[in-house]
Design a protein around this ligand. Structure first.
Ligand SMILES: Cc1cc2nc3c(=O)[nH]c(=O)nc-3n(C[C@H](O)[C@H](O)[C@H](O)COP(=O)(O)OP(=O)(O)OC[C@H]3O[C@@H](n4cnc5c(N)ncnc54)[C@H](O)[C@@H]3O)c2cc1C
Length: 391
C-alpha cells in the first residue's frame, strides 16, 4: 500500500502551496470573513477575490470538464487544493462546486448547465443549501415547503431553518414538496434553483454560541420559473441523496493548523519557570491528538482515492464526517484545558491566547456534529451500509 502522492501530485501540491503562500495578505482578510476561519459571518470582498483567483486557475471545480471551467483533473488534485486552502483558513468545498454543480451537470437541462456551471467554476456565484425545516432535519423526507404547479411557474410557500449561506449566496438550492399525496413521502420532493432576490423571500439570522451565523428563510408566494426545477419532478430526493455523500468529503487542514498553533503555544509558554511543553499531562494529550489527526487525514484521503477509481464512497464518507468533526471538538476541548484560564478569554484582552480562536471554536464547534448529518445518523449509516446491519 502506497500512502505517498505520485510525483505529479507532489508537483501539483508544491504549485498550490506557492499560490496560497503568495496570497497570504489576501488570506488574512478572508480569515476575517469566512465562518469557521476567523469567525466571520460570510463571504465578503476578500473571499470573493480569492474565489475568482482560484477560479482563474480552474481550482474551484478541478474535476469538472474543461468546457465547464474545470481541469478535467482528479479528485486527489481537488483534495490537495482543499486541504491547503483549509490549512490556510481559506474556503473549501462550496455548495455550488461540491453539490449543486455536479447535480446540474448530471441531471440539469442544457440551459441550466450554460447558466450556472461556468459561473460556479469561475467563483462568481455561490449556492446556499436549502434542505432543513423545523420538522425535517435527520428525517429530511418530512420536508413540507410546498411548490405548487401553476403552469409556467411553481408557487412556493413555507419555511426553511439552519440555511447557513443564504445571506451571502446568490441562489438557494432548495428541496420542496411537489406531490403532497405521494404514498412514500420521499417520492414527492423536487429540487429547485431559486434566485435569492426573488420577491417574497425573507431571511432572518440565527446566531450560534460562538457567533456563527445561520438563517431561517421564509417563502411567501414566491414564483419560481418552471425552468428552474432541476431534473425530473418528484425525483429530487434521489438527487439530494446522490449529492449528500459529496457534502461529507471533509478535509482536515484547519484542524491541523489549530493543532500546530497549540503545539507552538506550549513550546513558547512557561508555567512556574518550566515550558508547558515539558508537562507530562500536556505531552500525553498532544501525543494522542497527533495520532487522531493522522487517522482523520487518512480517512479524508481515502475518499478522493476511491472516487478516482470510480468507487462511490458511502459509509466511508460517513466515517470521515463523524470522525473529523468529533476530532475537531476533542481538539478544542483539549486546547481549552491546555490554555487554562487564558483560553476562556475573548475580545481585546492583553492576556488573550491564540487570538481567542480556541474559545470561539469551543462554542461554535458544538454544531459541527449536527451539520450535514448528525453523528448518530453517521453511525447508523456505517452500521447499515458498512457492516450490513438491517435498517
Ligand atoms: C450551524 C448549523 C448549520 C447548518 N447548515 C445547514 C444548511 O446550510 N442547510 C441545511 O439544509 N441544513 C443545515 N443545517 C441543518 C442540519 O443538517 C440539521 O441540524 C441536522 O440534519 C439535524 O437535524 P435536526 O437539527 O432537525 O435534528 P433532529 O433530526 O431532530 O435530531 C435530533 C436528535 O435526534 C437524533 N436522531 C434523529 N434521528 C435519529 C435516528 N434515526 N437514529 C438515531 N438518532 C437520531 C439526532 O442525532 C439528534 O441528536 C445546519 C445545522 C446547524 C446546527
Amino acid at each position: 500500500m502506497d500512502f505517498e502522492f505520485t510525483p505529479e501530485e507532489k508537483e501539483f501540491q508544491k504549485e498550490v502551496r506557492q499560490f496560497f503562500h503568495s496570497e497570504s495578505k489576501l488570506l488574512e482578510g478572508v480569515c476575517q470573513e469566512i465562518p469557521g476561519g476567523g469567525g466571520g459571518q460570510g463571504y465578503g470582498p476578500y473571499t470573493w477575490e480569492l474565489l475568482r483567483k482560484l477560479g482563474e486557475r480552474r481550482w474551484l471545480a478541478p474535476t469538472w470538464p474543461e468546457e465547464y471551467g474545470g481541469l478535467d483533473g482528479s479528485y486527489m488534485q481537488r483534495f490537495i487544493i482543499f486541504e491547503e486552502s483549509s490549512y490556510r483558513g481559506g474556503p473549501f468545498g462550496g455548495v455550488g462546486s461540491g453539490m449543486a454543480g455536479p447535480v446540474i451537470m448530471h441531471h440539469g437541462s442544457e440551459e441550466q448547465k450554460k447558466e450556472f456551471l461556468l459561473r460556479i467554476a469561475r467563483g462568481e456565484i455561490e449556492f446556499a443549501l436549502g434542505y432543513t425545516e423545523p420538522q425535517a432535519g435527520s428525517d429530511l423526507a418530512a420536508l413540507e415547503i410546498r411548490a405548487e404547479d401553476k403552469g409556467d411557474y411553481y408557487l412556493m410557500n413555507g419555511q426553511k431553518v439552519f440555511n447557513t449561506r443564504v445571506h451571502y449566496s446568490q441562489y438557494h438550492w432548495l428541496g420542496a414538496k411537489t406531490d403532497p399525496d405521494a404514498v412514500k413521502k420521499h417520492r414527492g420532493i423536487s429540487l429547485f434553483i431559486v434566485d435569492l432576490k426573488s420577491p417574497g423571500i425573507t431571511i432572518r439570522p440565527l446566531w450560534g454560541m460562538g457567533g456563527l451565523r445561520t438563517n431561517e428563510v421564509f417563502y411567501d408566494n414566491v414564483k419560481i420559473p418552471k425552468k428552474n426545477r432541476v431534473g425530473e419532478e418528484n425525483r429530487g430526493w434521489y438527487y439530494i441523496a446522490e449529492a449528500l455523500d459529496f457534502e461529507r468529503t471533509f478535509v482536515t487542514g484547519s484542524t491541523r493548523r489549530i493543532f500546530e498553533q497549540i503545539v507552538d503555544y506550549v513550546k513558547e509558554t512557561k508555567c512556574n519557570g518550566q515550558p508547558l511543553a515539558k508537562d507530562p499531562i500536556i505531552r500525553q494529550k498532544l501525543g494522542g491528538l497527533a495520532i487522531e489527526l493522522d487517522i482523520a487525514y487518512l480517512l479524508a484521503a481515502r475518499i478522493p482515492w476511491m472516487l478516482d477509481r470510480g468507487i462511490i464512497p458511502s459509509h466511508q464518507a460517513a466515517m470521515l464526517k463523524m470522525y473529523a468533526t468529533e476530532l475537531e471538538q476533542r481538539l478544542v476541548n483539549q486546547g481549552m484545558q491546555i490554555l487554562g484560564l487564558y483560553g476562556q478569554l475573548v475580545g481585546e484582552s492583553k492576556w488573550l491566547a491564540l487570538n481567542g480562536e480556541i474559545s470561539r471554536l469551543y462554542l461554535d464547534n458544538v454544531s459541527r456534529t449536527f451539520v450535514a448529518g448528525t453523528s448518530e445518523i453517521m453511525r447508523n449509516i456505517i452500521a447499515q451500509r458498512g457492516s450490513g446491519l438491517p435498517r
